[in-house]
Unconditional design. Structure first.
Ligand code: NAG
Ligand code: NAG
Ligand code: NAG
Ligand code: NAG
Ligand code: NAG
Length: 510
C-alpha cells in the first residue's frame, strides 16, 4: 500500500475497504465550457445528487456540462495491465460518491476470496476503458482550438452549435469508441419493445435501434454504459392498474424495481456504479414518475426523457432531454419540407387542445383576434394542420399538460421558426445546440405581447433563424436505419457526453 493511502484514509475507513471495495467516483469539473452551456434558453439548475447511505453530495456543474481539460495525465493502454493505484489521488477527484452499501465488509469478503481475483481482472478492463475516456476528454478539449477534421457527410458548423468543433470531435470519438451493453433480460411487450408510431414514437424507435446498432457491445466488460430496454408506454398500456381503489402506480413501479433488482443481482455493473452508467428512455408523460421506483435510477442514472421538466427532478447534468416526435405512420414521410419564407402568409400559428396552464392564456389573448395570428383550439375539418405549419413564419409550441410537445420538431421539419413558451423545460440536445439561434424562446408573461415581439424581429434575423432551423433539422430526423447525425445518434451522443462526465472506478486492495 502506498503511503498516500495511509495519509488519506482513516483507519476505520480502511477497515471497510480492506479486501475489496468499490468506489464510484464522479468527476464533476467546475469550468464553464461554453459549447455545452445553454445560456438563458433553459435554466441549468444546480441540483445536488445525494446518495443514500453515503451522505455525500455531488453538486451538479454550475451552468452546464464540462470537459475539464486538466485531468491528470493518464497511463497509456499498455501500462494499464499492471495493477493501478487503488484510488485516484485526492486532488484528481472532485466529488466522491460512495454509498456505504458499495463496501463489502472484511468478514464477507474473507469468505469469497476466489471471486476477488475475478473482480480484479474486471477492474483492469474498467480502468483501461476509463483511461481511454480520459484521452477522449482531452481530444475534445483540444478540438476547440485545433483544425477541423474532414467529414464526408456533414461538418457541424456555425452558431447553431455552442462549439461546433468540440461537438464534431466528440461525435467522431463516439463513433470510434462508444459501446453500450443492452441487457437481454425481460420479455416483450414491456421490454425490448416500444411504440414506433404516434406521439411516443421515440421510445420504441430508440429501443429498437439501440438493440440493432453497431454501438451495442456484446461483452459488458467493454461497455461504457448499460441500457435498460424497458418501455414506460408499454407499462402504461399493459400493467396500468385501473381499479381506482388501488394505487395505480404500484404494478408499474414494481416492474421497474424488479427489473433493476434482476440485472443488479445477476451482473456486477449496477452495484458498481449505483446506476450512474446506466440509462433508459421514456417518452411517455409518466416516465419521470416511474423512474422514482428505484431511488438510484432517479438520482444517479442517465434518464433520457421527453418530459425534461426540471420541476419534476430532470437534472440536465446527468439526464438527457429527447425530442417528442409525432409520427402518424411511423415515418417522417411527407412532413419534411416547407416553402420558402416568402411564401408564408401568416405570422404565427398554433392549434391544439387547451391543456395545462399556458395554452388558456395563449388562446385568451390570440384566438380569433388577428388574421396574422392563426391561433386555434382544434382545426375545423378540411383545414390542414401541416398546411398551416407550412404557411406560417413562426409556429408556437406552448407546454400542454407536460413540457414536451411534438410541435417544435414539426416546426423544424416544415421550415417554420419554433416559438417555445415553456417553463422548467430543457430543450433536446441543449448540450450541443444553441436553441436561441434558431428558435424564439419566450416566457408566459410575453404572451400578451406576442405579435409585437414577433414583428419586432428583423427580416434579416428571421431569415437567419429559418435557415438555421433547416440546418438543425437533420438532428431531429428519424431514419430507418439511422443515419449519421440524426435523432438516434444525437440521443446517443447526449448519453455519451453524460458518460464522459463521470468516472467510474473499481478499487481493489489486496
Ligand atoms: C479540473 O479538475 C481539476 C481536478 O479535478 C481541478 O483541480 C481543476 O481546478 C479543474 N479545472 C478547472 C478549469 O475547473
Ligand atoms: C492546421 O492547419 C494548418 C494549415 O493547413 C497547418 O499549418 C497547421 O499545422 C495545422 N495545425 C494543427 C494543430 O494541426
Ligand atoms: C447488488 O446489491 C444488491 C443489494 O445490495 C444485492 O442484493 C445484489 O446481490 C448485488 N449484486 C451483485 C451482483 O453482487
Ligand atoms: C412540470 O413539473 C411541475 C412540478 O411537478 C408541474 O407542476 C408541472 O405541471 C409540470 N409540467 C409543466 C408543463 O410544467
Ligand atoms: C475536491 C474538489 O476539487 N472539490 C470541488 C468540486 O467542485 C465544486 C464545485 O462544483 C467545488 O466547490 C469543490 O471545491
Amino acid at each position: 500500500m502506498g503511503s498516500w493511502w495511509n495519509s488519506r484514509i482513516s483507519s476505520t475507513k480502511l477497515l471497510w475497504v480492506i479486501v475489496v471495495c468499490m468506489v464510484v467516483v464522479v468527476f464533476i469539473g467546475v469550468k464553464k465550457s461554453n459549447w455545452v452551456v445553454a445560456e438563458g434558453t433553459v435554466s441549468f439548475e444546480r441540483r445536488p445528487v445525494v446518495v443514500e447511505g453515503g451522505g455525500e453530495v455531488a453538486e451538479g456543474p454550475s451552468g452546464g456540462y464540462l470537459l475539464n481539460s486538466s485531468y491528470p495525465p493518464l497511463a497509456m493502454e499498455d501500462e494499464m495491465d499492471v495493477e493501478l493505484p487503488v484510488v485516484a489521488k485526492e486532488d484528481d477527484l472532485n466529488v466522491t460518491l460512495s454509498g456505504s452499501d458499495v463496501f463489502v465488509s472484511a468478514n464477507q469478503a474473507d469468505a469469497v476470496l476466489p471471486v476477488d481475483r475475478r473482480i480484479n481482472r474486471k477492474y483492469t478492463s474498467l480502468d483501461k476503458l476509463e483511461a481511454r475516456l480520459g484521452r477522449v476528454r482531452a481530444a475534445i478539449k483540444e478540438a476547440e482550438s485545433g483544425n477541423r477534421t474532414h467529414d464526408p457527410n456533414y461538418v457541424p458548423d456555425g452558431p447553431v452549435y455552442w462549439n461546433a468543433a468540440s461537438f464534431h470531435r466528440s461525435y467522431l470519438e463516439m463513433e470510434k469508441q462508444f459501446k453500450v451493453f443492452v441487457y437481454e433480460e425481460g420479455e416483450p411487450p414491456i421490454f425490448h419493445n416500444g411504440p414506433c408510431k404516434s406521439i411516443y414514437s421515440m421510445e420504441g424507435n430508440f429501443i429498437y435501434h439501440m438493440e440493432t446498432t453497431k454501438f451495442r457491445a456484446r461483452n459488458p466488460e467493454k461497455a461504457h454504459t448499460f441500457f435498460l430496454p424497458m418501455s414506460t408506454t408499454m407499462m402504461v398500456r399493459f400493467i396500468f392498474e385501473r381499479d381506482p381503489n388501488i394505487d395505480h402506480w404500484r404494478p408499474m413501479k414494481q416492474t421497474v424495481k424488479d427489473y433493476i433488482d434482476l440485472v443488479g443481482s445477476k451482473y456486477p455493473f449496477w452495484n458498481r456504479s449505483l446506476g450512474a452508467d446506466h440509462f433508459n428512455v421514456a417518452c411517455h408523460d409518466w416516465g419521470p414518475e416511474l423512474s422514482k421506483a428505484v431511488p438510484y435510477l432517479f438520482k444517479n442514472s442517465i434518464r433520457a426523457l421527453c418530459n425534461a421538466n426540471t420541476s419534476e427532478g430532470f437534472n440536465p447534468s446527468k439526464d438527457v432531454s429527447i425530442p417528442e416526435i409525432l409520427l402518424p405512420d411511423g415515418t417522417t414521410r411527407g412532413i419534411l419540407n416547407g416553402p420558402s419564407p416568402r411564401n408564408r402568409p401568416f405570422l404565427a400559428f398554433f392549434a391544439g387542445g387547451v391543456h395545462g396552464p399556458i395554452r388558456p392564456i395563449l388562446l385568451e389573448h390570440w384566438q380569433d383576434k388577428d388574421p396574422d395570428m392563426q391561433v386555434h383550439k382544434y382545426l375545423p375539418k378540411g383545414v390542414s394542420y401541416i398546411g398551416l405549419l407550412r404557411q406560417s413564419k413562426y409556429c408556437i409550441s406552448p407546454s400542454g399538460y407536460e413540457v414536451a410537445s411534438p410541435r417544435m420538431v414539426e416546426a423544424l421539419y416544415t421550415g417554420c421558426v419554433p416559438v417555445l413558451i415553456k417553463d422548467h423545460y430543457v430543450a433536446p440536445f441543449s448540450d450541443v445546440l444553441n436553441w436561441k439561434s434558431f428558435a424564439v424562446i419566450l416566457s408566459v408573461e410575453d404572451i400578451p405581447n406576442l405579435k409585437n415581439i414577433l414583428t419586432g424581429i428583423s427580416t434579416r434575423q428571421y431569415l437567419r433563424m429559418q435557415r438555421r432551423g433547416k440546418q438543425v433539422r437533420r438532428h431531429f430526423v428519424v431514419n430507418y436505419p439511422p443515419k449519421r447525425y440524426d435523432v438516434f445518434h444525437m440521443i446517443l451522443h447526449s448519453v455519451w457526453l453524460r458518460r464522459l462526465n463521470i468516472r467510474i472506478q473499481g478499487v481493489v486492495d489486496s
